[in-house]
Design a protein around this ligand. Structure first.
Ligand code: GDP
Ligand code: MG
Length: 437
């Protein structure tokens, strides 16, 4: 992948005492190759390396950074710059604020509409409405309703109406009448850029005059993503780009090229199919990620957002009173699961990416534990000390596990309870404060 290739490129500089025109040229040739391999378009890659080169040559060789470190820094800064520098927000100033989704079929518009609605809903001050304007496939309307139900957000649709422009307008009116301060309009896409689709999306655009028009694009389509962005931008002049399917090992080339080709900021990235698999796009974090440094800041932020403050307070009390039981343990597991798939999370920890390769970590890791707890009676959950041999046997049978596994969970639980008690004593206070934001 790109990070490994860049790693190799920087290797060329290791062992050299200083940056010279020769070793810069050598390194940058490798960097350029790595960028091209990652689907960055040729012009962008060339401008990129030229810019790094002139900056590198202008550096005082007596700088405290080693040449390799200096190049990493220059490349990182340049990557950040290329992807837009600062994080770009979404305009939510309208009442309601209208957000229009555009993009090809399958790019992830409907999924992202749900993710954005969920993201805004979690901010508490927003009460979003989803509007279903993909009238060509009945399943598309159903899909948006399923998404809306999942996240607890209302969906406006009209199965009797086949005019997406009229539905979009009616949706905005519905939002005004029902106190929704954000309207997210999901539209139909087609398999390729064509006149009909462009006409329809610009008609909707003209009719509802959105605060934000977001172009949704599948990052896995590489160079095509950039070309599609260009076609849409020529017609629609959108405000920002949503880069979907940037999960796991997806190549980041599209992120690097799009900004420089259409000169519009990337605002969010989609990192999975679940409703919480979305992140604000931060150019410098993306650059870090590309360079294999991990995205620790996103990780911490996500953990904080998901950690329900009230739950934390209740838990605090229980631990202090020695009332922490298996039901609480179960809700802790559910908290962790809410944060996204384990692999997603672990992948953001520096160095973990490599260690995880080929390993099969997923949410199933918790299944056995949950099954065991579900097989316990309320009494057993709140007072684990009653668990004797025959009870353990019954639980093992009920949960399809073994007594050994039940014992192991019991041991883990006891350790965890002890640790939490200790943490509250003092040393852990800082950590609890951090988790509570
Ligand atoms: P639309 O046709 O533009 O509305 O696209 P959909 O929202 O229906 O998404 C098409 C497919 O891509 C669905 O199977 C989604 O689950 C999937 N998808 C959307 N966003 C992401 C993402 O960020 N990561 C992954 N892995 N899949 C995604
Ligand atoms: Mg759709």
């Amino acid at each position: 992948n790109l990070s490994e290739k860049l790693d190799k490129a920087f290797h060329v500089l290791k062992g050299h005492g200083q940056i010279t025109e020769v070793n810069i040229a050598e390194t940058l040739k490798e960097v350029r190759r790595a960028l091209l391999d990652a689907d960055v378009n040729f012009k962008t890659a060339k401008e990129f390396t030229n810019s790094v080169k002139s900056k590198a040559l202008g550096q005082d060789v007596l700088t405290s950074l080693k040449p390799g470190q200096l190049m990493v820094k220059l490349v990182k800064d340049e990557l950040t710059e290329l992807m837009g520098g600062e994080a770009a927000g979404v305009d939510l100033s309208g009442n309601p604020s209208v957000i229009l989704m555009a993009g090809l079929q399958g790019s992830g518009k409907t999924t992202f509409s749900g993710k954005l609605a969920n993201f805004l809903k979690n901010k508490k001050t927003k009460n979003p409405l989803l509007v279903a304007c993909d009238v060509y496939r009945p399943a598309a309307i159903d899909q948006l309703h399923v998404v809306g139900e999942q996240i607890g957000v209302s969906v406006y649709s009209d199965r009797e109406n086949s005019d997406p422009v009229a539905i979009a307008k009616a949706g905005v009116d519905y939002a005004k009448a029902n106190g929704h301060n954000v309207v997210i309009v999901d539209t139909a896409g087609r398999l390729a850029v064509d006149e009909l689709m462009m006409k329809e999306i610009s008609n909707i655009h003209n009719a509802i005059n959105p605060n934000e028009t977001l172009f949704v694009v599948d990052s896995m389509t590489g160079q095509d993503a950039v070309n599609t962005a260009k076609s849409f931008n020529d017609v629609l002049d959108f405000d920002g780009v949503i880069l979907t399917k940037l999960d796991g090992d997806t190549r980041g080339g599209a992120a690097l090229s799009i900004k420089s080709v259409v000169n519009k900021p990337i605002k969010f990235i989609g990192t999975g199919e679940k409703m919480d698999a979305v992140d604000v796009f931060y150019p410098s974090r993306m650059a870090d990620r590309i360079l294999g440094m991990g995205d620790v800041v996103s990780l911490v932020e996500r953990a904080q957002e998901q950690y329900d403050e009230e739950e934390a307070r209740k838990l605090h009390k229980k631990i202090a009173k020695d009332q922490f039981g298996f039901d609480d343990f179960l809700s802790q597991i559910q908290q962790i699961k809410k944060m996204g798939s384990m692999k997603d999370l672990l992948g953001m920890i520096p160095g973990a990416g490599k260690a995880l390769k080929g390993m099969d970590i997923d949410d199933d890791a918790f299944k056995g534990i949950e099954a065991i707890i579900h097989s316990m009676t309320p009494e057993e959950r709140s007072t684990p000390s009653v668990l004797n041999g025959s009870r353990k046997k019954r639980i093992a049978k009920g949960s399809g596990t073994s007594v050994q596994e039940v014992n192991q969970l019991l041991k883990q639980f006891t350790q965890m309870s002890k640790m939490m008690k200790m943490m509250q004593g003092g040393g852990g206070r800082k950590m609890m404060q951090m988790m509570q934001g």
